[in-house]
Design a binder for this molecule. Structure first.
Ligand code: NAP
Length: 278
């Protein structure tokens, strides 16, 4: 297959490029600064020139808190930018896999199946949901939306690394971590084959996140245990750890489509990540 990865220098994109190459696929990458997905004409031209069989759209405004004060700008990237990529893929006759988020859900009634009602709590989720809808509007027959969650990986700033960094500071004997949000930690390396497998599924919306679920505090504790970090994780609440963007309480993603890819348990993935990391 000839694949075009848009957003290939990001945390997930770097792993996806490596995964595609290792699988014998021809992988072409585009990202800022050479391609701004908000520029429709350039996107259409770039996708056409790449002549891909499949487009993996990963590029996004990913600063969840920053989106609160810049929703218009985030919408331009996550909404209109995704629409532009969908138009580009359609014009080029390529299948599209567009990555979205658990934050499209409000978190009050999770776990969530693929077709459960969305109702994002924050600007980031609203803009990503706009992207989902615009892609499906422009290219219903060719778009697979892959919603994922709580990503960590070797090529970007992430919660697991931050926690290990904090806990390894000899001057610190504990960290306070939010224990009232539940989600699906997902290693970017595990997500890559699942995104490729979505090409074998009919167009539609899929959940592709680590198996099982935990809290941020649970994730930090398991990371410390696996990495041998001796630092106490103390439970705290979302309320005590105020941030600009509200977060869903339970944004666990269920897989209900028969035959759709399923990722292994988050604990097993984390163990491999930490083994590789050290
Ligand atoms: N990280 C998570 O926990 C998480 C959870 C659920 C879903 N997701 C989704 O997963 C995907 C990948 O996430 P990630 O964590 O790998 O993100 P990332 O590391 O922030 O990578 C995103 C890439 O998109 C690029 N980009 C931003 N604006 C662009 C624009 N206008 N035109 C072209 N490229 C642009 C970024 O470039 P710059 O770095 O130069 O800005 C970056 O290279 C995103 O769609 C995200 O919404 C992430």
């Amino acid at each position: 297959m000839r694949a075009l990865v848009i957003g290939h220098r990001g945390m997930l994109g770097t792993d996806l490029m490596q995964h595609l190459a290792a699988g014998g696929h021809e992988a072409v990458g585009l990202d800022l600064p050479e391609l701004d997905i908000t520029d429709r004409r350039r996107v259409i031209r770039a996708v056409s020139e790449a002549a891909p069989d499949a487009v993996f759209h990963l590029a996004a405004w990913t600063d969840v808190d920053g989106a609160e004060e810049n929703e218009e700008q985030a919408l331009l990237v996550n909404g209109e930018g995704t629409r532009n990529v969908a138009i580009g893929a359609r014009e080029a006759g390529a299948a599209l896999v567009a990555v979205s988020t658990d934050y499209v859900f409000p978190g009050t009634g999770g776990p969530y199946a693929e077709d459960d009602a969305t109702d994002p709590l924050q600007a980031y989720g609203r803009t990503k949901l706009a992207g989902e809808r615009l892609a499906e509007l422009e290219y219903p027959e060719g778009t697979r939306i892959g919603r994922t969650a709580w990503l960590y990986g070797a090529h970007g700033r992430n919660f697991v690394d931050t926690m290990i960094g904090l806990g390894s500071d000899p001057a610190r004997d504990h960290v306070d971590v939010v224990a009232d949000q539940v989600g699906c930690p997902t290693w970017t390396r595990d997500l890559c084959p699942a995104l490729v497998d979505l090409l074998d599924q009919p167009a539609g919306t899929y959940h592709v996140a680590g198996g099982g679920s935990t809290t941020w505090a649970g994730l930090a504790r398991e990371a410390y245990r696996l990495a041998g970090v001796e630092c106490e994780v103390r439970d705290t609440t979302t309320e005590a750890f105020a941030r600009p963007a509200p977060r869903p309480a339970v944004s666990v993603l269920e897989v209900t489509h028969e035959g759709a890819p399923r990722l292994r348990a988050w604990e097993d993935a984390l163990a491999d990540y930490i083994r590789e990391r050290s």
